[in-house]
Design a protein around this ligand. Structure first.
Ligand code: I6G
Length: 676
């Protein structure tokens, strides 16, 4: 009995749909269907292929996972060597490069360069024959690499079969495999929670994931790829310029950087460098510089190569994100929820333009695993706004007789027992609000910008007020402080004291969402606070809610529900809330609004560029009106709100036909729903 033709037809149709959705998701960054629907299609295909195994082909989307572990990687000889790039560490070295290019080409006019970010990942060569992925190999020593085909097949943005098009019979594309920052942080967070080994940086995470002998492990790691060059080709050239040749790849399903631009002369290069340097930490993946390439392929040929580098390309490097310094001490810090964290005090060191003196060590297990000791030389890493971290020690620089670090058994602030949290990794002070450290942190959080936003109540001042016993709870801020008491404090003049009292008065008028966030309930961040305010509309309803009713709130899972329920059932929390309300903290209760009744319900907005108000404030306002505020532009975006210096999101919105609003446009939109 042969295969029923309907089954073969359905399998073909499912594969075409899945490939198209994958392409929109990974190459165009424009998801067409929800993830659940995608999973359903993939599941249907898997079931059909299991029933009719004769229909399985190597390029089927089901074949990305499941290959058996290897004993070792095979060696691969690169048909065209994989070279590396020369570096420019400053503007002068970039200018020297440009001068050398013009002298060799004997042109006085500015050169057109292709500019794109240099991803911090792992170089790879993909070989397609007749449109099918037949081999993926690492760079290795440039002549020989390792065959990592089974692993690369698990990366969703790498097509197993090129999309319909005029691709050459043999096509080798080169690019970088990387782990996006969000995936890296999620992986490390989960490893830390489980007490497992973390990766030092996204580059190591990408390399470690790709060099797994078991492809099923690679399949679980969030890897991605951008293409930036070519190896062996069955045709002479794909286009006249590099940018045009690379521009063909997305049509075939191969992802390229959305940041690729043509720039004119060294001034154009420098301008591009500065612009991207500003946005470096908002890209969603780590880059360590910018690559500039002479765009004209004829000019590239004339320039040729010198030893291992092309003469037509250079990597202008950013300041490094990792530096080494000496660990002076390990102190133990108590956070708002009592979590006790070891913190590294360091000999000051400049990392990517910022002087770093402290870094987090996460938890005691992490210190033990990395065997970090006071007196060690350590590597510090700073990524954007993220707190600097100690990534490893340099054992060869360790002086003799350094002693192992041991976590204290009692809270350094209040002497209470330290107890291991449910999961066994986090240590917590059992002192609760008896512990001055927890009290201070709770008050700082209450006063912070996204909470009650009490201007002028800095961390030092809170420390002083708690240490002197002037205040104990957030409610005391409103009942125990007055200009006379405040002006008696260190570094507090009469004017600052009066200003602070005015700020306290102003902060009393707030919103329910802000108030809930300010209470500092465990696991209740701004988004959850918003969802709670929206759902219950008033505080009394929320305080009475049982865990079952809390689970009905979007964004609230069983753990969060339990924390909220427990918080409102602690007598001292209820007393503080009553005291705050008696002191005049107020907000307008709303109707327990169902999301779909809100004026901007169902609308998705993306914010980009420099706006005149803080993004968080605009986001909060839009969310309060029922809108969803997303981080990336896709076919589902209704409006892109673009401030000054808007970059790739604006380009993408243009390509996808998404409506773009400037700030005036946003105000008009808000006016139209009565909320300007
Ligand atoms: O290592 C590299 C990173 C990025 C490259 C590269 C690149 O272009 C954006 N381009 C070439 C030609 C080479 N390495 C050799």
């Amino acid at each position: 009995m042969g295969t029923p033709p309907e089954a073969a037809e359905r399998v073909g149709s499912l594969r075409a749909q899945i490939d198209r959705y994958n392409y929109h998701y990974y190459v165009l960054d424009d998801p067409l269907i929800p993830d659940g629907e995608f999973d359903r299609l993939l599941r249907e295909l898997q079931i059909l292929e299991r029933k009719y195994p004769e229909l399985v082909t190597p390029a089927s989307p089901t074949q990305r996972v499941g290959a058996r572990p290897l004993e070792a990687f095979e060696e691969v000889e690169h048909k065209v060597p994989m070279l590396s790039l020369d570096n420019a560490l400053n503007d002068r070295e970039l200018e020297d490069f440009d001068r050398r290019v013009r002298e060799r080409l004997e042109v006085a006019a500015p050169i057109i360069y292709a500019a794109e970010p240099k991803l911090d990942g792992l170089a790879i060569n993909l070989r397609y024959e007749s449109g099918m992925l037949v081999q993926a190999a690492t760079r290795g020593d440039g002549e020989h690499g390792e065959d990592v085909t089974q692993n690369v097949r698990t990366i969703p943005s790498v097509p197993l079969q090129l999309l319909d098009g005029d691709w050459p019979e043999v096509l080798e594309v080169r690019g970088e495999i990387f782990m996006p920052t969000a995936g890296f942080e999620k992986f490390n967070r989960s490893a830390l929670e489980k007490g497992e080994k973390t990766f030092a940086n996204p580059r190591n995470a990408a390399a470690g994931s790709l060099r797994q002998l078991d492809p099923r492990i690679t399949a679980q790691r969030p890897l991605a790829m951008f293409c930036y060059g070519f190896g062996d080709l069955s045709v002479a050239d794909l286009a006249v310029t590099y940018s045009a040749a690379i521009g063909l790849l997305p049509r075939w399903g191969l992802p390229v950087s959305p940041e690729l631009r043509r720039v004119e002369g060294v001034t154009g290069c420098q301008h591009y460098y500065r612009e991207l340097e500003k946005r470096r930490f908002q890209l969603g993946y780590e880059i360590d510089g910018i690559v500039f390439k002479v765009d004209d392929l004829g000019q590239q040929r004339s320039l040729g190569f010198v030893t291992r580098h092309p003469r037509w390309a250079i990597a202008r490097k950013f300041p490094p994100q990792e530096e080494m310094t000496r660990l002076l001490a390990i102190e133990v810090q108590v956070g708002r929820t009592g979590a006790v964290t070891p913190v590294a005090r360091l000999e000051p060191v400049n990392v990517a333009g910022v002087t770093v003196t402290n870094a987090t060590l996460h938890n005691a297990d992490e210190v033990r695993r990395k065997d970090i000791r006071v007196g060690d030389t350590v590597v510090i890493r700073r990524a954007g706004d993220v707190i600097p971290q100690v990534v490893r020690v340099l054992p060869e620089r360790r002086p003799p007789d350094l002693i192992e670090f041991r976590m204290p058994s009692h809270c350094p602030e209040c002497g209470s027992d330290l107890i291991r949290d449910g999961d066994g990794v986090v240590l917590r002070c059992s002192g609760g609000l008896y512990c001055p450290a927890q009290r201070k942190e709770a008050i700082k959080h209450f006063a912070s910008r996204r909470a009650l936003d009490i201007e002028g109540l800095g961390d030092r001042l809170v420390d002083q007020l708690v240490e002197k016993g002037v205040i104990e709870t957030p409610a005391d801020l409103f009942t125990k402080l007055n200009p006379a008491i405040l002006s008696g404090l260190e570094r507090m003049g009469e004017k600052s004291a009066r200003n602070l009292c005015a700020a306290l008065e102003k902060s009393k008028e707030t919103t329910l969402a802000r108030f809930l966030y300010a209470l500092g309930i465990r696991e209740v961040g701004e988004t959850t606070a918003h969802a709670l305010a929206q759902h219950f509309g008033n505080l009394a309803g929320l305080m009475k809610a049982d865990t079952e009713s809390l689970l009905a709130v979007p964004d609230v899972g069983p753990v969060v529900a339990e924390h909220i329920h427990a918080f409102f059932h602690q007598m001292h929390n209820r007393e503080v809330i009553t005291a705050l309300q008696s002191a005049g903290i107020r907000w307008n209760d709303t109707q327990a609004a169902r999301a779909e009744q809100q004026p901007l319900a169902g609308k998705t907005l993306v914010l980009t560029g420099t706006l005149s108000r803080p993004r968080a404030e605009i986001k909060e306002q839009l969310q309060a009106l029922g809108a969803k505020v997303s981080g990336s532009v896709s076919g589902k975006t209704d409006y892109l709100v673009a401030g000054e210096d808007a970059g790739s999101k604006l380009d993408k919105a243009g390509k996808l036909g998404v409506a773009v609003l400037d700030e005036k446009g946003l105000e008009k939109l808000l006016q139209s729903v009565g909320h300007a």
